[in-house]
Design a protein around this ligand. Sequence first.
Ligand code: AGP
Length: 601
Amino acid sequence: MCGIVGFTSFNQVLPTLLKGLEKLEYRGYDSAGVYVNDGDQGDYLVKETGRVADLERATENKNIKGTSGIAHTRWATHGGVSVENAHPHASEDGRFYLAHNGVIENYDELRDTYLQGVKLHSQTDTEVAVQLIDKFAKEENLSAVDAFKKMIALLDGNSAYAFLLMDRQEPGIMYTAKKKSPLLIGVSDQGNVVTSDAAAMLDITHDFIELMDDEVAIVEKDKVTLFNAQGEPITRLPFHLDIDAAETDKGVYPYYMLKEVDEQAIVTRTLSQYYFDDENNIQNIDANIIDAMKAADRLYIVAAGTSYHAGLVGKRYFEQWARIPTEVHISSEFAYDQPMLSQKPFFIFLSQSGETADSREVLDNITKQGYPTLTIANVMNSTLTREADFALPLLAGPEIAVASTKAYTAQISVEAILAHAIGHSGLNLKLELAKVAVEMQVIIDQKEDFKAIAESALSGQRSAFYIGRGLDAAVAVEAALKLKEISYVQTEGFAAGELKHGTISLIEEGTPVFALLTQAKTAGLVRGEIAQVAARGANTIVIATKELAKTGDAYILPEVNELLMPLLEVIPAQLIAYYATLDRGLDVDRPRNLAKSVTVQ
Ligand code: AGP
């Protein structure tokens, strides 16, 4: 979703701001803009719809100079995709410039109450905010920071924001504040930065100060001043972020998604080494987590999208190995329709980004109700990891492609490890995960097979199905999401036995139906369902384990413990989605309308 970068420096800032925006591209956006201030020499505001490359082209030949500036990638919420609606937004007289992530719920009311007679140039809530700052500065003779604070004080409690403000009259100073939307202040010898995503500014610094909700900061090139919610100055030391900037690069890969699919074997190995010691005992899981989970009478896994799908698989481990009844919920539903809870619930939030607004809303509600919470996330230091009682890392490294791949398998591995830690899997899980990693690599090395399958089965098709039973049904919904979100082939993931209760009427001559077949108990039934759709003209593509395979199946999966098969069988689906998307000439990493980190509800 929207991204913010700002830089106040001893050097020229435009190249760093544009590079920062490029690093934010993976989050999904539809327009971008930059404001650069060159003190007495003037200032520049350039905005464009489309890609950061379009913005970059628009800045060429303008001879833009300046040692401070702010920039933004916008994912439209209020108002359509247009240059006028792109950020930064300027106040009427061009004094203030504001970039904003989030949503101001009462912006209509604020506009009608305070801005009668002010001509607005966009349909955005952000422009209302910057016009308010200007009005308060002018009419009440407030300093920039006081006008900024006054505007913030008027925002409805449900509003979410990360603001970055500049005042043309005070070049070199950035004002920033946040609520429910991430923002970091980076410090360095070259100057200081503000960013909604550390990855955008790793070329400048790895040292970041976390800004908390309701705080305000004044950022200058050699100084950062923080104020708490009461307006008192506070000190907070930076933390060092140990990410290699190269990890956020594509390297030799044409797309991030392919790189991330390939990394799954390494991530699985890393997780087994991190969570098990040399004697195969669990390590790096706080004993308090295990105690709190053992004391629970029911687990509630809450997540969105792919993370929710990983929860569907994890349920099996928690029930079968830890013997704790487990429910899996979609966060956007749970947030406003909370089901009846057990006596002693324990909540697990699954998330790659740790910033998903729907999940944050549930965590907030659950924390208020006083129940214990654990976040399992890839981005540690994110809101969901900070605000839960406990947190465990996925250690997958930066996931940049919108389509989540390695975070999904990492979530499944960590759920398995956690269930094993609480109960009895009866497995040498460290060894089993090592085997999974080896077999993942075998599948990854055969990626050309999936290119051929994708091209022959999906070329020219408008719709497709993934079917399976049990764990295969759980993977089928993730497989379908992968394919539809990037290739735009409308795909349904289905419990195979449910097809005949209605959906089978959609099967036409040639409809691709991918069947996942890894669970021995139901293999015969799924074979029957494959025959039923084939009889109605479907083109069936069976992905089966060696033990369950038959002549004519499209791909034979290597075998690992049956309960861990989701970790393997999803990889063909990820690669089929990747190659089908390439075949259609689409951008694999940045599907339309989507954002990597969904920070609005
Ligand atoms: C799927 O490929 C998506 N990227 C999406 O469904 C994602 O899993 C969902 O938005 C939840 O995000 P999170 O894991 O960062 O919380």
